[in-house]
Design a protein around this ligand. Structure first.
Ligand code: FES
Length: 78
């Protein structure tokens, strides 16, 4: 179950975890790869995509990447 519920236009703020979970199904990119890209200076979905190839297919992972960029966990915590 995802934790990316929106309430009145706000995401639930959850501390960023380092758990390795798949973010982009199309390109098989995991959360640790996204976090590494962010730590290398990627500050937009496009820059994360350039470094990891995520979000270059169907685009449904965009909101998860945006959440990780904002320091919000958008992946399963179960
Ligand atoms: S899930 Fe990332 S591009 Fe489709």
């Amino acid at each position: 179950m995802s934790t990316h519920k929106k309430r009145q236009g706000q995401y639930n703020a959850i501390p960023l975890k380092q758990d390795r979970q798949q973010i982009c199904v199309c390109y098989d990119v995991y959360s640790d790869e996204i976090i590494e890209a962010i730590q290398k200076g990627a500050d937009s979905v496009e820059k994360v995509s350039d470094l990891t190839y995520s979000c270059q297919g169907c685009g449904s992972c965009r909101f998860k990447i945006e959440g990780l960029l904002q320091g919000i966990v958008c992946v399963s915590r179960e």
